[in-house]
Design a protein around this ligand. Structure first.
Ligand code: ADP
Ligand code: MG
Length: 514
């Protein structure tokens, strides 16, 4: 394996620690597989052992966050196998990466079998010569005159960027931390870190905001670079128009000469093979020129129906980051930020009420706040904080019965197990009879729909399965619901059962009433 640490990597490490690290790497490779190890651990180094922590260095926060979220138990187990004590693992960010960053891909799924064209492979590892692209390299941000700023704003508008979506008004929490860090990394070093960056989430969770923020930040650093923000729908329409008006050459030139292509809602291309073909060539041409592409989608690439395999595999070349609904604390921070931006006169107690009762998406959160702000501007003084009044005023934004109470994966597992006459342990266990597999898939799909957990977290709740397994389960359930009326009825019944407060439902081996 190419990047196993050698003693020369760790000149300052004692021989004992260097040996420990070698052993841990070997153990870890056995546990998570060579491909995953190489993708996430090859640039990681053991730095030192302190009485209360074992310190590692990672090239940037994305590695440490990802490892902590996805591989901590394997890493800890590998350490425990070779060390008598069990110090907690800590990360520090390396001052300068000791080696070029690999392009981490969506790790929980098997590494895509990409037909690697020579250019694509080169793209990942080659260091670009900055001299070769003088116009698009960062200019010092300090020393910008008002005229410079005006020019940047103009170029941003021409690129299709909206003024209000910047990194500095994007509130970062656990739900979006990896996506935000990756977005910053590509804005700082387009084409050199993650290619492409693929961000997915349900609607209203900040994908478009992040895309625009990448565009602005990148333009501020490289005012002469050519950034394009476009929705996939608009890309498709422009393509058709160009085709009809015999302007394909100009259309292609426009996109293929970009330094950064930010393309929103790529799932729109589903089933549109002509557009997919066109986009495939655009993608390749930008890749060949080491340019940056960022894509967003409401689902992972492999879940987009009727998307050509060659596009799916390309979308997985780089980094995939999911955004989930932020928790109540981050929701409150977002509301405070929006209140400040809008100059709204609302007390904290109203924001707290909204943060607690709106958990569908951030767009709804903002909508509820704006309605409250409008109401408040009609009031003399501050808006009354009477919960009943607020409830009436914001009724259509508040979580309906469907989502107003927290639904846990455990609850879903119990409900589904009861319905299928199984024990909850069967759903998290390893046995694979067809009945068990069906129940497990249904439970995973319900968890995906009814909780805001990430795919990886859902997988963990089901006996430590990976996120690819959850995707697969959801896909099977969706297609079975479409083709089989009895599955559809079962799924709807279980969905409705979750509306009822948990204690009201029958439990413990009793089959649910149908
Ligand atoms: P998506 O593209 O995922 O559907 P948007 O980017 O359009 O979502 O976000 C919807 C609204 O929520 C926007 O007004 C956006 O500014 C806001 N928003 C989402 N996430 C955040 C966040 N973390 N911080 C601040 N605003 C956010
Ligand atoms: Mg959007």
């Amino acid at each position: 394996m190419k990047d196993l640490p050698s003693p020369s990597d760790s000149e300052t490490l004692s021989p004992a620690l260097a040996a420990l690290w070698m052993n841990v790497c070997a153990e870890l490779t056995g546990r998570i597989g060579e491909a995953e190890f190489e993708r996430w651990f090859s640039p990681v180094r053991l730095v030192r052992l302190e009485p209360d922590a074992l310190w590692f260095s990672a090239p940037n926060a994305i590695y440490s966050l990802w490892i902590e979220e996805n591989y901590l138990s394997e890493l800890t187990a590998s350490i425990c196998a070779h060390l008598p004590t069990h110090p907690p693992v800590r990360f520090e960010i390396a001052a300068a990466p000791t080696m070029p960053l690999p392009a981490p891909a969506d790790v929980a799924e098997p590494a895509p079998k990409v037909e690697q064209e020579p250019d694509a492979a080169a793209f990942r590892h080659e260091k670009l010569d900055p001299e070769s692209i003088p116009d698009t390299e960062p200019a010092p941000v300090s020393g910008r005159t008002p005229a410079d700023r005006k020019r940047i704003r103009q170029r941003g508008e021409d690129a299709g960027l909206s003024e209000g979506y910047r990194f500095d008004n994007f509130v970062v929490g656990n739900a979006n931390r990896i996506a935000a860090a990756a977005a910053k990394a590509v804005a700082e070093k387009p084409g050199k870190t993650y290619h492409p960056l693929f961000i997915y989430s349900n609607s209203g969770l900040g994908k478009t905001h992040l895309l625009h923020a990448i565009g602005w930040d990148s333009l501020t650093r490289r005012p002469k670079s050519k950034v394009i923000y476009i929705t996939a729908e608009r890309f498709a329409n422009d393509y058709v128009e160009a085709l009809q008006e015999n302007r394909l050459v100009a259309f292609r030139k426009r996109f293929r000469e970009a330094d950064m292509l930010l393309i929103d809602d790529i799932a729109f291309l589903s089933g549109k093979s002509g557009m997919q073909e066109e986009f495939f060539h655009t993608f390749n041409s930008l890749t060949d020129r080491h340019k940056q592409i960022v894509l967003t989608s409401d689902r992972p690439a492999s879940e987009i129906a009727d998307l050509e395999e060659r596009l799916v595999s390309r979308f997985k070349w780089g980094m995939t980051a999911e955004i989930v609904m932020p928790g109540a604390e981050t929701r409150l921070a977002i509301l405070r930020r929006k209140r400040e931006e809008r100059g709204a006169n609302l007390p904290d107690s109203v924001l707290e009420f909204i943060a607690e009762h709106v958990s569908t998406n951030v767009r709804a959160l903002e909508g509820a706040m704006l309605r409250a702000a409008t109401m408040s501007s009609l009031h003399e003084g501050e808006l009354a904080v009477d919960p009943d009044e607020l409830r009436d005023l914001l009724a259509d934004y508040l979580d309906d019965a469907n989502t107003s109470r927290h639904i846990s994966v455990q609850e879903i597992i119990e409900l589904v197990a009861t319905h299928f006459d199984l024990h909850p342990r069967d759903l998290t266990g390893k046995r694979r009879t067809s009945r068990l597999v069906e129940a497990r898939h249904v439970a995973m799909a319900l968890a995906r729909e009814k909780t805001s957990l990430s795919l990886a977290d859902i997988g963990k709740e089901f006996g430590g399965r990976d996120h690819g397994t959850v995707i697969n389960a959801c896909r099977r359930v969706t297609s079975k619901i479409e083709s089989n009326a009895s599955t559809r009825r079962t799924f709807d019944f279980l969905r409705r059962s979750l509306l009822a407060p948990a204690p009201a439902r029958p439990r413990g081996g009793q089959k649910a009433a149908k």
